[in-house]
Design a protein around this ligand. Structure first.
Ligand code: KG4
Ligand code: ZN
Length: 345
């Protein structure tokens, strides 16, 4: 039984996994404390983890009906993320692992967003793509084994997909985090109203950036359109802007993912991360993957946002692969590389 601990951002997550079975998954979020600042405040997040960790752990054990002594290994997010938040989780995990005398694995948060799907849809195929989209990441990965063989095909060169939505939410006067609000507004607008740019999709980008993403030009284009209506004293057509913007983001993500499937002869894609809740992304993925004969594995939204189950799932995969535990002196790694599964190895 693997105990998973996640504290990389604003969610304190604790979960227990046995093999591919999720026993319990408990999450405490400090998002309400950040909302009025219009973004995550790192010090507030670290303090919230400190306060939430023990109650969250106790609740997880109680709900699963197990004791700490039943835990066989511990996995904790060592990066990427906010260094103060990560430190709370890593310190707690080290104390528990030392006290219980069990192996400790410092694991990669981004790969956890992919690994969690095993708990929902069962074992992974021999080769598949992982598309991790959230407020902090937009990465396309070619995976043969989630614990030992991950190749990064591309990532965002500037904003993450969720971050771009949050910024557009702010431009349209919506509350933070803007992503879900922009998504909702988009349902009432026309995706064809504005021809927004698709970053890094021109033929000349193919050589160096076939699978990289860029959303900052798109965000600027949205800002220009909003300004032009405001300057003219006209009402800003927020729903049409939201719909056309959502279309541009989903189109780029799915077009590049389909191209990578063709190039690497892959027929399965796992999508993870909080942004995978986006309705246009879900629709377009279902539509285009279906046309290409690609199987889409998309966990329910509660496993796409940050949680302990994703870390326990990756920990379980690492144990299965017989990888050595992280050394005691391993630390947080706020910029941990995506191809690195374990800290300190
Ligand atoms: O994975 P997550 O919970 O936290 C990070 O690790 O970032 O992702 C949250 C991000 C935020 O930027 C949020 O605005 C965005 O995902 N998001 C959405 C939607 N739901 C969440 N963006 C667009 N449409 C949504 N439905
Ligand atoms: Zn995340």
């Amino acid at each position: 039984m693997v105990l998973g601990i996640e504290t990389s951002c604003d969610e304190t997550g604790v979960a227990l996994v046995r093999g591919h079975d999720l026993l319990v998954d408990v999450t405490a979020s400090s998002m309400d404390a950040h909302a009025r600042f219009g973004g995550i405040v790192p010090e507030v997040a670290s303090r919230a983890h400190l306060e939430a960790f023990e109650p969250t752990l106790k609740e997880a054990l109680a709900r699963a009906g197990v004791h700490l002594e039943d835990v066989g290994a511990i996995a904790v997010t060592s990066g990427p993320g906010l260094v103060g938040s990560l430190t709370v989780g890593v310190a707690a995990a080290k104390a528990l692992a030392m006290g219980l005398d069990v192996p400790l694995y410092g694991v990669n948060h981004v790969l956890g967003h992919v690994a969690v799907d095993v708990l929902v849809h069962g074992p992974f195929p021999e080769k598949f793509l992982g598309l991790v989209v959230s407020g902090g990441h937009t990465s396309l990965l070619l995976i043969r084994d989630i614990a030992t063989d991950v190749v990064e095909l591309g990532q965002t060169l500037d904003d993450a997909a969720g971050e771009a939505f949050d910024k557009v939410g702010r431009l349209l006067g919506l509350p933070y985090p803007g992503g879900p609000h922009v998504d909702r507004l988009a349902q009432e607008g026309s995706a064809e109203a504005f021809a927004f740019p698709r970053g890094l999709t021109r033929p000349k980008d193919q050589a160096a950036h076939a699978y990289n993403f860029s959303f900052s030009g798109l965000k600027t284009a949205v800002a220009r359109v909003v300004e032009s209506f405001e300057d003219a004293g006209a009402d800003v057509p927020a729903a049409d802007i939201a719909a056309s913007f959502s279309e541009a983001v989903a189109d780029v993500l799915i077009t590049k993912t389909v191209a990578a499937c063709r190039e690497h002869e892959v027929d399965t894609v796992v999508i993870g991360g909080g942004f995978s809740a986006n309705s246009r992304l879900r629709e377009l993925a279902a539509e285009r993957f279906n046309a290409e004969g690609i199987t889409l594995r998309l966990p329910p939204v509660r496993y796409c946002t940050d949680n302990g189950a994703m870390i326990a799932a990756l920990g379980s995969a690492v144990v299965d692969a017989d990888l050595p535990p992280s050394p005691w002196e391993f630390t947080t790694d706020s910029a941990m590389e995506l191809t690195r599964v374990l800290a300190g190895t």
